[in-house]
Write a protein that binds this ligand. Sequence first.
Ligand SMILES: NC(=O)c1ccc[n+]([C@@H]2O[C@H](COP(=O)([O-])OP(=O)(O)OC[C@H]3O[C@@H](n4cnc5c(N)ncnc54)[C@H](O)[C@@H]3O)[C@@H](O)[C@H]2O)c1
Length: 254
Amino acid sequence: MGILEGKRILVTGVLTDASIAFSVAKLAQQEGATVVLTGFGRLSLVERIAKRLPEPAPVLELDVQNTDHLDTLADRVGEHVEGLDGVVHSIGFAPQTAMGGNFLNTSWDDVATALQVSTYSFKSLAVACLPLMKEGGAVVGLDFDASKAWPVYDWMGVAKAGLESCSRYLARDLGKQNIRVNLVAAGPLRTMAAKSIPGFKEFEDSWPDKAPLGWDLSDTLPAAKACVALLSDWFPATTGEIVHVDGGVHAIGA
Ligand SMILES: NC(=O)c1ccc[n+]([C@@H]2O[C@H](COP(=O)([O-])OP(=O)(O)OC[C@H]3O[C@@H](n4cnc5c(N)ncnc54)[C@H](O)[C@@H]3O)[C@@H](O)[C@H]2O)c1
């Protein structure tokens, strides 16, 4: 018996097989879940990647900036599963001008895009899935520690700080419906999103040395394990929490 036996989980954010979401979807299936995926933009690529999962999983289109996609999401997911026990938000984007050391000059339009896609969408996605979560469940998002200002991360860092706050407010408002809301703050991983950050190498160079447990930049499994644990019944009284899966860097002053 896996820890997600019988659970129905919506996983957003699969783009390549290096995506954190791919690892979450794979592990969730291995732990017994039925998984439905959403993809953004390059749907044929996502469908091709989805075929590498242990079980075939349907892929639904979701651009979190598209109100129609959000409004119809529950109905479209409902064509594949009768309800949802868990939702994974693994979505982030900021225009190039919003990262890489341009903090003082980024325009509001670019900041607004980063915030809508990376922060506000956590709320949009959770609310869009509520009609399918009548029996409660778990919402899990992917975070990057926003308690400090990092090199190059810039407005994406601000978006993640907002995500951390958004998660606490969602936990407050969805608790009555027995829905837990938590984040996994992962260390740097070599995904498409990471490659789009100008200067990401600064994280890559320093993180493995700083981490008390060491850190493998290409291993998404530790973050996926934390997501799956939070989706399971093994954190029944935990909500509004941030679980750091970063080799321990957040705890070390360096
Ligand atoms: N890679 C890292 O170092 C790292 C570390 C901590 C947290 N995270 C977070 O993990 C999450 C997943 O990123 P990843 O690293 O697996 O990279 P990724 O590029 O594989 O995934 C990012 C996903 O966001 C999706 N996306 C972008 N704009 C969207 C939109 N408008 N609507 C819907 N989806 C959209 C992309 O299609 C992609 O699937 C992000 O929130 C990211 O910030 C990443």
